[in-house]
Design a protein around this ligand. Structure first.
Ligand code: ZN
Length: 246
């Protein structure tokens, strides 16, 4: 293929924009701010799960405590009724003996229930503390995540801004190229993943950094200035300048 020597020089400006666009796309894919958001969201989920567990524990303990308190009430009422019967003077000696025995057993039962209530209150304190810890941790993780999201959004906006500037510049350069040369450049660019042309500087292709051997150099040297020559190693169009070392 032949293309005006001056037009070939414009490929370098196009390649510069493609390098910038490739770097921006890579930066977007590997943004540390994205990983930071994921880490913060993971911490938030962990605290939220701990919060749900602690809330469930507190609810269960509350229910258990109400049940125990109802039992204590029942025992107290029974004891009060027994005592009133004894105090009334209407009970027979045999009945009194039986009531006194029941009162003793009710007192043991009440003491036992009260011990259980105390134990429950201790467990409730522990559960309350765990709940408070989970809530504090979650609030702090939410703030971390929101901050990380803001940083990520700022970085993405910055990348989007640079990308549109470089894309506009690339479109401008591409508009000044003939369709066949641009098509060839774009085909090579798809293959290399970055650029379709590189400058030949000091006898080396600056696309793949490989120095041309004697035969390759002679071929480039003898080629018509308007001939489109390519790097045999990476396939890029080699743009010749005064620095090419030919
Ligand atoms: Zn090369």
């Amino acid at each position: 293929m032949k293309a005006d020597h001056f037009e070939q020089q414009k490929l370098l400006a196009l390649a510069d924009e493609d390098v910038a666009l490739t770097q921006l796309a890579h930066r977007q894919r590997t943004l540390p701010e994205v990983a930071a958001v994921e880490a913060a969201a993971e911490a938030e989920r962990t605290f939220a799960e701990a919060e749900v567990r602690a809330e469930t524990e507190v609810r269960d303990l509350d229910r258990e405590q109400k049940r125990l308190e109802a039992d204590v009430d029942t025992v107290r009422q029974r004891a009060t009724r027994d005592q009133s019967r004894i105090d009334s003077g209407a009970a027979t000696p045999k009945e009194i003996t039986s009531l006194q025995s029941e009162l003793q057993s009710l007192a043991r039962r009440q003491s036992d229930l009260e011990d259980q209530v105390l134990e429950l209150m201790e467990r409730r304190e522990t559960a309350d503390a765990a709940l408070a810890d989970a809530q504090t941790g979650k609030a702090s993780a939410v703030a971390d995540r929101e901050r990380a999201e803001q940083l990520r959004d700022d970085a993405l906006a910055d990348i989007a801004d640079s990308t549109s500037r470089h894309q506009a510049k690339r479109d401008e350069v591409a508009a000044g190229l003939s369709a066949p040369l641009l098509a060839l450049y774009d085909r090579i660019r798809t293959q290399t993943g970055t650029t379709g042309a590189a400058v030949l500087r000091a006898r080396a292709c600056q696309g793949c950094r490989i120095e041309l051997n004697g035969r390759e150099l002679a071929a480039v040297r003898n080629a018509d200035p308007h001939e489109v020559v390519r790097c045999e190693n990476c396939g890029r169009i080699l743009v010749r300048t005064a620095e090419s070392g030919l």
